[in-house]
Design a protein around this ligand. Sequence first.
Ligand code: S3P
Length: 216
Amino acid sequence: MRGFRLTRTKGIAQMGIIDKPYAFSDNASAQGLSIYPKTARGHIFFIGFMGVGKTTCSTKLALRLGVPHVELDTHIQQKAGKSIRRIFAEDGEEAFRAYEHQALCDAVASHTPSLISCGGGVVCHTPNQAMLCSEGYCILMEAAPKTILERLQNNLPPLLAVDNPLERILQLKQERQDAYECLADWVYDTTGKTVDTVCDDLYAHILSLNSVCVSA
Ligand code: S3P
């Protein structure tokens, strides 16, 4: 969690950073919020498995907060000129991960603090982990595997398009869980909650960072 040193190495590289103090402006800009990084660029990353609501909620929250929103998968599709599904089918997962890494680099490079919605596999790549640690605050969104399947089953993403998607979710999630938890500054479970409730809770949390994290 916030301010700790990552020492768990199972499945992810050891990283020595982490101190990511933030402050929010008292002085309203746009719809009332500016994010001022102290030591990092001040982004907020939404991480977590597919189907937990990262894209939906971060899009709404960015509008509500009046800050830019970046969705890495959208960025990847624009760069590649084709859908995520086609990238996986025609170029393979490795090529997709390369696009994904570049998309994260591009998003992080922005000097305007942004809400950045990350694909579920971003946390698996060591250079991405370092960026997520040093360049922003990570909100880990969670959901129960059955809930994830219910949300995605009408349009299964490439990695879940298998005979037994629930088994695949359980397996992939377990493989990634250490990385998710090591990177998380805060964890929020969306199981059984409406989008509005999730957004309200995340909004309140983001605003609360103002009071918890500022140190000169
Ligand atoms: C992936 C998650 C997807 C997308 C791609 C791979 C993953 O994004 O990047 O299908 O490896 O978990 P979402 O988590 O936004 O669905």
